[in-house]
Design a protein around this ligand. Sequence first.
Ligand SMILES: [Zn+2]
Length: 389
Amino acid sequence: MRCFVCQSDEFHQISLNQNLLDASDFCEVGATIIGYSYVLTTCKKCGHSAIQTDNPCLLPTRKYDFVKYGEPIEHYPKVSLILRALNLDLDNISIHTFSYKDFQLANFLAKDLAISDVNLNDHAGCSDDWLPVNSSDGIKQDPLPLERLINEINKSDKSHQLILITRFFDHVANHDLLQKILRLNSPTRHIVFDLNDYERLFELGTLEFLWNERRNLFRRSHLESILQKYNLKYLMFSYESHEVSPTLTGVISERLKQSPNSSAVDVTKLSAPHLVEKLIALRQRWQDKLTMSHKLGIIGASHKGVSLAQFVLDSQVKYSLHDDKEALKGKTPPVAPPLGFHSVSGFDFSEYTHIAITTTLVIAAKKIPKLRASGYTGEILDFDGRKLD
Ligand SMILES: [Zn+2]
């Protein structure tokens, strides 16, 4: 593997464990399960952080789409303003989505900019679709979803195309795929992207953003460095609110007046985020808390609860996983909790010494009084092992 930003092959790294599933999601009972190794890396040269793996998937995305999350929307008007300033002929433009995560933005822009040719297709699909394909004569072919996206864009009879790639950059696991998407840009094609603002997330002192579906934890300067390498004109801004994690959004278009000159940041001079050291410290913190006789209930089985079990906890820890989501009933979690997978409501936690709540703070604030009212006296902690009450 080479660094996505500077191509170096020297990394600081730490194992995120062996034999992990290829998507940190829940599966039907009896589904075929393939395990891979995941490694958290920081490039020694430029400090770019990534999750590397022997999983060959080009785009790790949710394998089972029954758990869907609302994407932040407050920054949509700003995206719309940037697009308006491009002076496009809005009667002669088509919108193309990469995944279902773009649907909301596509619908907003269609309404706000009065665009009628909107193609809502979930090309990203699930990770199984993004495994490399070999044809019978041994020639490597693009994964089908990529081919379908490119065909759809090529078939547009409008003079301009607007391509939405929400949460693409942090999930892309292959240089070729990144290159193919960025090369879609042309004088008549314009790309809108967003991803987590990892620079800001690193500053928050948590590691809850680690997830094996996220492969590139691009900081703003690193992403800018890549876009500049492809000679793309872009504009990006950061967005955050209490409800959502910091998000970086931007537009790539030849019509933009000029690119900000790299914020003049030399990517090799960015300070390292020290994620390897932070993960070692986090593992130690949890290890110090839990002895063999302790029992831990993890509430919130979305990726954070699973990441806690997969990446952080010692293999000896006795824990159970809990979630009330209707969609997860009867499913198998991608970890095998020694004390099982259960709902939260109605579960008797009285034998448990610790509870970790890995949902949002808003949900945690509702759960904690209920747990205490039910007589629970153990420690209630967050993903990072910090006391919540
Ligand atoms: Zn690098």
